[in-house]
Write a protein that binds this ligand. Structure first.
Ligand code: SAM
Length: 232
């Protein structure tokens, strides 16, 4: 399958995106200074927990780079990488988000360890690539509910009819490149979505992944850990 993504080190800029077209804001995300603007989702402080959980897992996972799909401005993956010496591949369909991920990697001093790809989840990874950890932060608001968040870019929040459409796309993509002993940290909106995802995963066929642990953050969101069904 031909890949239709732009691949480059974080320090280069393949997308003709003007990041100063709208006012740039900055936010501290743990020790990282993250830039973004209104065209991408504003970093949410609670999601630092996804980064620290990733770093915790990485101390036990096989060698290899970290994959983050739906990286936005890159902060969750970058914070995780800053706590390890791993390399990372950060993916987002939105060229503006990808450009911020690149510049934020540079600001964080991580450009030499980070490759940013502007691509849809299902096109982002080559057949010969394997990752021990995937971080996935898909849009998870149902299409019916997106009007409740007029400030947020639609691409960043619209998860389709049940809020799980992009999550399913991402898990199919991850299934194809995850190490047998690998792990996935997936962000969702609530426990109802987790139950629906588990039901879908129980059905025959790929992706061959199961939810093994869950951490919920009040009413803000949920992060689930998925592993291969045969993983002890
Ligand atoms: C919920 S936001 C998460 C962004 C960032 N990780 C954060 O926490 O702020 C979802 C991101 O997924 C990207 N996205 C949406 N659909 C996608 C797809 N099919 N493939 C890859 N990225 C996608 C959006 O551009 C957006 O940046």
């Amino acid at each position: 399958m031909p890949l239709r993504h732009d691949v480059c080190p974080a320090s280069t800029s393949p997308d003709a995106v003007e990041t100063t077209a709208t006012p740039t804001s900055t936010i501290d995300f743990g020790p990282l200074r993250i830039s973004y603007d209104g065209r991408v989702l504003t970093p949410r402080p609670w999601t630092q927990i996804q980064s620290s959980w990733a770093a915790e897992l990485l101390s036990h996972l096989p060698e290899g780079p970290v994959l983050e799909i739906c990286t936005g401005a890159g902060h969750i993956g970058l914070l995780a990488l800053s706590m390890t010496d791993r390399r990372g591949v950060l993916v987002d369909a939105d060229p503006v988000a990808a450009q911020y991920a690149r510049s934020n990697a540079e600001t964080a001093g991580l450009a030499d360890r980070v490759e940013v790809r502007t691509a849809l989840a299902h096109e982002a990874v080559g057949r010969d690539e394997t990752f021990p950890l995937a971080i996935v932060d898909p849009p998870w608001v149902s299409s019916q509910e997106v009007s409740r968040f007029p400030e947020d870019p639609l691409l960043a929040i619209d998860g389709g009819a049940d809020g799980l459409a992009v999550a399913r796309e991402c898990l199919h993509a991850v299934d194809a490149c995850l190490h047998d002993d690998g792990a996935v940290l997936l962000q969702l909106g609530n426990l109802t979505q987790v139950a629906a995802l588990e039901e879908w995963l129980e059905q025959a066929g790929p992706p061959h992944l199961r939810v093994t642990e869950l951490r919920a953050y009040e009413d803000r969101g949920v992060v689930v850990l998925l592993r291969r069904p045969e993983h002890p």
